[in-house]
Design a protein around this ligand. Sequence first.
Ligand SMILES: *[C@@H]1O[C@H](CO)[C@@H](O)[C@H](O)[C@H]1NC(C)=O
Ligand SMILES: *[C@@H]1O[C@H](CO)[C@@H](O)[C@H](O)[C@H]1NC(C)=O
Ligand SMILES: *[C@@H]1O[C@H](CO)[C@@H](O)[C@H](O)[C@H]1NC(C)=O
Ligand SMILES: *[C@@H]1O[C@H](CO)[C@@H](O)[C@H](O)[C@H]1NC(C)=O
Length: 855
Amino acid sequence: MAAVLRHLTVLCALCLSNRSSAQFLDVSTRQTNSSSVSSIPERSWQTWGPYRPNLYFGVRPQVPETLLMGLMWASGDSQKQMLSSFRDTCEQNDGMQGYGWTFYDTRTGGSQALHDKQLQLDLTTDFLKSEDGGSWSVGITGTPQQDAPNVRTSVILHVAVEKADSNGPKSLACESHSESESKGGPLAACRGEIAALGGRFEFQVLGNAKNNVVHDAAVKSLNVSEDKIWQAKSVFADQVKASSGDKIAVENSPGAGNMHFIQLTFQGPFKMTFVYHAADGSILDQNSVDAGINSLRSSFPARVEAVFPRTPPFQQENYAKLSQEILSNLLGGLGFFHGDTKVDYSNSSKYQEIDLDFWTQAASAMSRAPITTTAPQTLLSHTPSRPFFPRGFLWDEGFHLLPVVEWDLDLAVSVLQSWLDLMDDDGWIGREQILGPEARSRVPSQFQVQYPHYANPPTLSLLVPIIISKLAGASPYTGHPSIYMSSPDQASTMLKTIYPLLARHYHWFRRTQSDNFTSAYPRPASGIPYVGFRWRGRTPKHTLTSGLDDYPRANPPHPGELHVDALAWVGASASALQQVALYLGEAVDAEVYAKDVTAVKRNLDALHWDAARKAYCDSTIQDDKYTLVCHEGYISLFPLLLGLMDADHPNLPAVLDMISDPEKLWSPHGLRSLSKQDANYGRDENYWRGAVWINLNVLAVLRLRDVGLSLVGLSTVRARVLMIASELRKRLVGTVAESWEHTGFFWEQYADGTGEGKGSRAFTGWTAAVILLMGLQLGQGMGGEGDDSGASNGVFWAVVGVVGLMLATLVVSTALRRRAMVVVAGAVNSWITWQTTWKGGGGYREVIDLDERAV
Ligand SMILES: *[C@@H]1O[C@H](CO)[C@@H](O)[C@H](O)[C@H]1NC(C)=O
Ligand SMILES: *[C@@H]1O[C@H](CO)[C@@H](O)[C@H](O)[C@H]1NC(C)=O
Ligand SMILES: *[C@@H]1O[C@H](CO)[C@@H](O)[C@H](O)[C@H]1NC(C)=O
Ligand SMILES: *[C@@H]1O[C@H](CO)[C@@H](O)[C@H](O)[C@H]1NC(C)=O
């Protein structure tokens, strides 16, 4: 239920108003700037892939309106059983015990395992593609589960041609061959032509001599309307129902059409291969797929290890597996989307949100506003979760790309460019990309509309400085060979393309989420005017646009309020732009952005620092006075999280106190989203009100590390910061790992009390950012950076460090000491614990408990 909140565009309590009164216009007269910045070359390694992550297995090219392929399976016992057990789209509760990629690389392919408990079958899909983009194949293997050696399974491959009547000639025709006549040859073969795919192509379905076949391959070729193209399950179910008697196989009627089903039914184990190739492409037959997958299986672990090395205490094999799986599923969640979208372009004056009851006025204006259906747009994006959020979210993508850029810089750039391509002339990017009817089918209609005055955290600015630092050689890159890393010209061309777009989005954000710095509202005298921001789209209980949905803010909302996280995001964006400008030699621009960063830093303190509470807080207007509204939690950390607090910042110790206080943010499983002491902790929807979210926790560890390492010498602050980072890192990785071992899934969030996965499962979006923590060297920080942690060496430095820290803490204030000791106690124990095996004896829990007791 909580998860649904992610796509509440306007909170429903207010928008229950009936949309039927709204007019739906046809195609927008206002289109986004269509000058494309994407540079996907025709036919490359990127062309084909399992870019339909909403399906258990579905392939399409990154070319709109061409070909869609998918895999379905069902019980082959009876027609009735079949009709009630089709697996096609990923679902939350369909009896699947777990599924996902065991290894997967966007460049070559990989292997997915699916455990279908209800149908007593384990499936693997081995996907492999050629580097030139001309061919790909998928091997599908079914293995009955233990108690059901003779289980009957029907496998249905579906292929469809999109928009068969537009963009040049498109055709596809299939034929079937009975087992006896095929003699090891294809059981079905289809030939087609699509100009955008380079012309003619062919694919075949191959069986295996060992298969125990229940019936010959049945090929059903159809012409369906465009709105059925992506609804394979229901189209096929209709065909099954239409067949006479209680047959499980559809009528074999191959031919020409825009949608084709190839059905095979097996008893017991089976193996089959789907082979696609362009007329001029090579053929990846079953042997090539097996060889390719085997070679990938053996090389993948070492590659992951090289890019995401692991340091103590995460050196055991289970962490290697976790790294491989979480990365594979982040990459395997990459989707290619194309279609129109719903936008409210009315720009009602109520959307300025100026009056005291602005949210009711806005909701009322929205209920009357005409909704525009835009021209089709295209997006290449990773997805938060295949079953629940199989589409692009701006707030998530910046976090997705943090591991991706390490693994494959060029892929990260392609995705970044695709997102920037969505920007309109004003600089707006819709925060949730629900493109086309297939994506819309998963979102209730009242939440589909996007609003051009709504912002979202500009998380892509997290990525840009990392790209710059790699291009400049300031940080290492060990991922796939990159055209940008190897060619400075390509790199600057790319940066010159994205720079104006990033700038446009930045200025749009400043303009549309601006504070009202007129004399209407009082502001602290020390604040710089016009450097304060307010998320539009607030309601009393929600600020969905901030990404932190139900995180408590001023209540009631006020048109004069200011949001600390919005200001921090402006600072992060300005800093990213400054770095691009410097790289491109735009000195004047760089200076302007540097000034913006300085101003943001100053106003974080001038407008948002509550000296009494010792916390960064939102503000509102109460009794005509500027009043800080403090709900300690993630928003209080944004100045730190977004790199806007230096090591010598006078407020840093207080921020560290809040982080490390078990009564506030410090939990056994990571930093709580909301302080345990806040009145709203754990209340109502309880989405961002206590649970541990991995994305912001990972940022916390990385920033603490940066702050710690920026301090030279054995200072107490350095020791403390690195100790917190080190302990937090262990808890986060441990929490994700433990839950994954128990449930087989990665989760959207984790309970701060128990570490239990919560929200949407199979959430391999930003939860995957945890992989960045595996190799951090923090515990040994006091012994000097270069420390290569051979175990004994690590323990030695650990002990030196802990002793040093204990001595150091004797000289600091009482409050600080109490907290530091808690951390020290935990750390000593973990250093002992990491010597024992991860599963043996539950040492991890003991460490956690010790901390809780120390309170
Ligand atoms: C689209 O954006 C580019 C900058 O990326 C700009 O040069 C061009 O004028 C814009 N086109 C339109 C039609 O506004
Ligand atoms: C589908 O339409 C095409 C073109 O009109 C036609 O040649 C073909 O026979 C049709 N296929 C079926 C199964 O109706
Ligand atoms: C919306 O209206 C405001 C106020 O009239 C105007 O300043 C702004 O430019 C408009 N925005 C768009 C995107 O047209
Ligand atoms: C600022 O607030 C005042 C008082 O509500 C309002 O009249 C004015 O239009 C607002 N200005 C801006 C730029 O929002």
